[in-house]
Design a protein around this ligand. Structure first.
Ligand code: R5P
Length: 303
């Protein structure tokens, strides 16, 4: 019976999503207990008294690795490693890992001598601990999956985000890519709003030393609802600059959309002040911008 054979471990960074995935699958969920030792090391324990609950089971671990609830990505990664290690020790038959947001994948290029091209290393570490399947969503550098020896899937959230924006009553839509790197994603995104929905691109340059963003572009967006789509909103600098340009180009409504809305520091303020009507993200990051749940699409892959 599936109910007895599979179990979800709900990681501390994905409490709602983890429970919802378990509900979609109709299986039991367990949570964890975490703390920090006085020296700063992370501690994690799966909340069970009887370890045989795990032995011989197919275990689905759900843990995002973005910064949230006062824990940074490094703490989230250590918690993930500990969950995998402990279910392995308890004799799980199969270990399936769901990491809705995979941290460090933006570090995929060398800009300055001496840097580490780290983007694929985190997944290699997860793989090395010993897992059977890996699922993530809109990975910034999907090529990292190629270095994983287990089954590894990158799930696409674009249809879900587009469906949400349609429900918000957007019309005469133009999809704007905030930089050239986002063109492919924006084109695919535009298709979900219908045929011939235009895609426009701004040109972005980020100073590799200071992080300062410069963006160019002058578009005719009069009477248009503009959807600015990126995979990640971190400091909000990219999004806010693109929104400002879109507004200067005549945009009516502006939807600031990202699969992973990390919204660090003053990002919310910057984006709304620039003129966005709404910030829309998924529950890959559990915060106030999460308007779209990934639970069903992830569960469908796990069925
Ligand atoms: C970069 O290539 C990503 O796709 C995002 O554009 C970037 O991570 C956004 O960062 P921030 O919000 O700090 O400008």
């Amino acid at each position: 019976m599936r109910f007895l054979e599979r179990i979800v471990i709900v990681g501390p960074a994905s409490q709602i999503l983890g429970v919802e995935i378990a509900q979609e699958l109709g299986i039991e969920a367990l949570n964890t207990e975490i703390k920090k030792f006085p020296d700063g090391e992370n501690y994690l324990r799966i909340n069970i008294e009887d370890e045989t609950l795990i032995t011989g089971k197919e275990v689905i671990i759900v843990q995002s690795t973005g910064p949230s609830f006062n824990a940074d990505q490094n703490a989230r990664l250590m918690e993930l490693f500990m969950m995998i290690d402990s279910v392995k020790r308890m004799g799980a038959k199969k270990i399936i890992v769901v990491v809705p947001y995979l941290a460090y994948t933006r570090q995929d290029k060398i800009f300055r001598p001496g840097e580490s091209q780290f983007s694929n290393v985190v997944l290699q570490m997860i793989n090395y601990i010993g897992i059977d399947e890996f699922y993530s969503v809109d990975i910034h550098t999907p090529q990292v999956l190629n270095d994983c020896s287990c089954k590894a899937i990158n799930i696409d959230s674009m249809k879900l985000l587009a469906d949400y924006i349609k429900l918000r009553g957007a019309s005469d839509i133009v999809v704007v890519a905030p930089d050239k790197g986002a063109i492919e994603r924006s084109s695919a995104f535009a298709n979900h709003f219908g045929e011939n929905v235009p895609i426009e691109v701004f040109e972005k340059k980020r100073d590799v030393k200071t992080g300062e963003i410069k963006m160019k572009g002058s578009l005719d967006l009069k009477e248009k609802d503009v959807v600015i789509a990126d995979d990640i909103i971190a400091t909000g600098g990219t999004m806010a600059t693109a929104i400002k340009l879109a507004k200067e180009s005549g945009a009516r409504k502006v939807f600031a959309v990202a699969t992973h809305a990390l919204l660090l520091g003053q990002a919310k303020y910057k984006i709304l002040k620039a003129g966005a009507d709404e910030i829309i993200g998924t529950d890959s990051i559990d915060n106030e911008a999460c308007k779209v749940s990934l639970a069903k699409v992830i569960a469908d892959y796990l069925k």
